[in-house]
Design a protein around this ligand. Structure first.
Ligand code: SF4
Length: 229
């Protein structure tokens, strides 16, 4: 398996752990606000072989706790992703997997094989608005299934939503709360315009701090913990 990026050190991508992070290439969504367009459209020129990542990890035993696998959409790599995760677990590292939830089969497999220690799944919008939000056809039953698999997995997890003001109303965000009701951890993520799949989105804004505080109150009706980041 080849990766489109590698960060050798991060303190912010795995809660309370010291980690490194790999970026998988390709995604089946085209969220207009996505800040990794070159990974999504596969124009990224970096190609790092998994052996290089595994060799690096071998030199970091006791210094790093974990590997974060993000994308793009990692689960699109199916068997290749699973066998890579097996090798990482053999080295004794924790693994966090970021996913858009489109492949519940892969999620179930990595949970069943105990290859993952933390799952972060994006909740893009209320289920009824998914296709409009990610600008690609979506099997929403797969999204619903992934939510349920993760909630009942026993693995640490979070759901999170990137909030662009013009894309999600307060009512729509509350509908997300209803659809993930009973979840442990949920994060409202402020959209920060840097680089985007759709350059028009560089002009978009998110809600104010006061509005985020109100949204947090709303979401706390549905989830055990709601954070803002
Ligand atoms: S933000 Fe959307 S387009 Fe970008 S990697 Fe995540 S799921 Fe894919």
């Amino acid at each position: 398996m080849k990766f489109g990026g590698f960060e050798k050190f991060t303190l912010i991508d795995y809660p309370e752990k010291i980690a490194c992070m790999v970026y998988t290439i390709g995604c089946n969504f085209r969220c207009p606000y996505c800040h990794n367009p070159e990974l999504v459209d596969e124009t990224v020129t970096t190609r790092i072989d998994e052996k290089e990542i595994l060799d690096f990890l071998k030199t970091r035993t006791g210094m790093l706790d974990a590997l974060v696998i993000t994308g793009g959409e990692p689960t699109m790599h199916g068997e290749n992703l699973i066998s890579f995760m097996r090798e990482v677990k053999k080295l004794g590292f924790l693994v966090k997997l970021d996913s858009n939830g489109t492949d519940p089969v892969v999620l179930q497999r990595v949970i069943d094989e105990k290859l993952v220690d933390y799952i972060a799944m994006d909740i893009k919008s209320p289920i009824a608005k998914y296709t409009e939000t990610v600008t690609r056809p979506v099997d929403t039953n797969a999204i619903k299934k992934s939510i349920e698999i993760i909630k009942s997995s026993g693995v640490s997890y979070e759901f999170r939503t990137t909030i662009v003001k013009s894309m999600l109303t307060f009512e729509e965000i509350e509908q997300i709360g209803r659809e993930i009701k009973g979840a442990k951890n949920y994060y409202l993520q402020k959209f920060i315009p840097t680089k985007t799949v759709n350059p028009q989105f560089l002009k978009k804004v998110t809600y104010s701090d006061e509005e985020f505080a109100s949204l947090k109150n709303i979401m706390e009706k549905y989830v055990s913990y709601c954070g803002i980041r």
